[in-house]
Design a protein around this ligand. Sequence first.
Ligand code: ASP
Length: 330
Amino acid sequence: MKRVLLLTTGGTISCGTSVQGLSPQLAGAEFLPYLSLPADIVLEVKDIFQLDSTNLQPAHWETIAEVVSEGIKQYDGVVIAHGTDTMAYTSSMLSYLFYGMNKPVVLTGSQLPISENGSDGPGNLQDAVLTAASGRAGVFVAFSGRIFYGARVHKAFTKKFDAFISPNAPQAGEVENHQKVIWRDEVVPCCMVEQRNVPSLNSPVLFLKLVPGMKAGLLSSVFSAGYRGLVLEAFGAGNVPFLGEDLVEEIRRISAQFPVVVCTQCQYGGVDLSLYSTGALALEAGAIPAGDMTPEAVYTKLIWALGQTERVSLIRRMFETVYCNEMTKE
Ligand code: ASP
């Protein structure tokens, strides 16, 4: 017998219509008639929020993490029904918070409300429950028949059922006909932690997309405004301008005190700061390279890291470390 806990947070899967458009309305118990689970899986439900995931903030991640933490003590696996818009942020954050733990946590949602004819909700939810009952530990997203690593996923399509991609890592597995979970690789041995305290996730981090002509002075103003860390989404292999608006010099000034992580606007391939002088100078000035992580994985990693330390040297080391398959090891 496998016991799975279904947590609901809102999202399209739970939506009904309202005068202002779709809004989350269904409780988790109302999902149950849409599932046809094998007799050896017992599913219990707990509603946490009823929110469009656009309205979720880091404090909500803390709440979700606390409930998951309790859930994995008592159940064989946990499923989180969640809006798709920010699912990749929550799944990345949970991947850091629960890395190395000994139970599965699986996020899912849908592009159409579960109660609508032809919805992808029933199939996605069924897949997520089967994945959570499969015994494979880790944080995953189950969507459209695929299983992704939680820190590798990115919402790439606003409406298509097959909405998520995993740009720089193979997907973890798939669910055949909503019946059979197939993992693509060997179970990665990990430290099998049973519990871990959830650090505070309230350090403000700014994610800033570099554009041609961006004012260099903007970077330090971010910190005067109270931010504790900056992710700069740079060009190409992680390139930052040093002529005209000299952002490299700004990075040098800031990064003695605050972490400045550099990722790329390119969806595929990741940063290589040693390739061009525009990257090499930023690296030498103190930029922390983000490898081939997704924007969601970079942003949440910096918040998670700042919840543990503000020392830039330690945060740099955390960005060199792979915790939950978030980055391809060099
Ligand atoms: N706006 C919705 C949400 O993220 C979209 C969805 O769930 O597909 O909650």
